[in-house]
Design a protein around this ligand. Structure first.
Ligand code: ADP
Length: 218
């Protein structure tokens, strides 16, 4: 099963994708993580993308498409994937069509005031990437990951100014893609109106949506 998860920054894509990965036995591929790892490891790709991530602008399509192809090849032989953060432009969508079939789009709809509040209080484990929140998804020990004990940090682009820019970029460049997919693949729409909806509940609702279109049997 090959899925795409769409939603503005802070809508929960990463959190839900990693849980759906376990539930559905497919691989979650997070484009932002691919880039952040490359920056950390100072690879050629990392050098190319660093300034874009810092400012919240999109990395050029050719660079992203090449990076995604490599990632999918690495995972070849698995039962499917869920893409988080790809495609983000029509051109990326067209490139994806040549690489893989897509079975469904999960579309997260979350109002701006909620995503801004979430992102400015988001914390991430340096070691395993688990996602926390100072407001409502707190770790048991302050500053430490529940899963692996790693230290938590705040992403460099999770500052109010950059967050506003990322939302703008999403509205202008990525939202038009939803129209592109609407008459091509089935949609699972998920609306979130509260700041502190437990991820497990959101995931249940998404699975229910996948069940309705015949992609989830349990
Ligand atoms: P967000 O929560 O803001 O959606 P991500 O971790 O998915 O964050 O992405 C972080 C940054 O990585 C983006 O602001 C952008 O600079 C870059 N990026 C990630 N995916 C893509 C993509 N498909 N195309 C271009 N740039 C991307």
């Amino acid at each position: 099963m090959n899925l795409i998860i769409f939603g503005p920054p802070g809508s929960g894509k990463g959190t839900y994708a990693t849980r759906l990965e376990v539930e559905l036995g497919i691989t979650a591929i997070a484009m932002g993580d691919v880039f952040r790892d490359a920056i950390k490891q100072r690879t050629l790709l990392g050098k190319k993308v660093e300034s874009y991530l810092k400012s919240g602008q999109l990395v050029p399509d050719d660079v992203v498409i090449e990076a995604l192809k490599e990632k999918i090849q690495e995972k070849e032989g698995r039962t499917g994937f869920i893409l988080d953060g790809f495609p983000r432009t029509i051109q990326q969508g067209e490139a994806l069509e040549k690489i893989s079939r897509i079975d469904a789009v999960i579309n997260l709809q979350v109002p701006e005031r909620i995503v801004v509040a979430r992102l400015s209080s988001r914390r991430i484990c340096k070691n395993c990437g688990a996602i926390y929140n100072e407001l409502y998804l707190k770790p048991r020990r302050e500053g430490k990951c529940d899963v692996c004990g790693g230290s938590l940090y705040q992403r460099e682009d999770d500052t109010e100014l950059v967050i506003k820019d990322r939302i703008k970029v999403y509205e202008q460049q990525t939202q038009p893609l939803l129209e592109y997919y609407r008459d091509r693949v089935p949609f699972v729409n998920f609306k979130c109106e509260t700041l502190d909806l437990p991820p497990a509940e959101a995931v249940m609702e998404i699975l229910e949506g996948l069940r309705r279109i015949g992609l989830y049997k349990k």
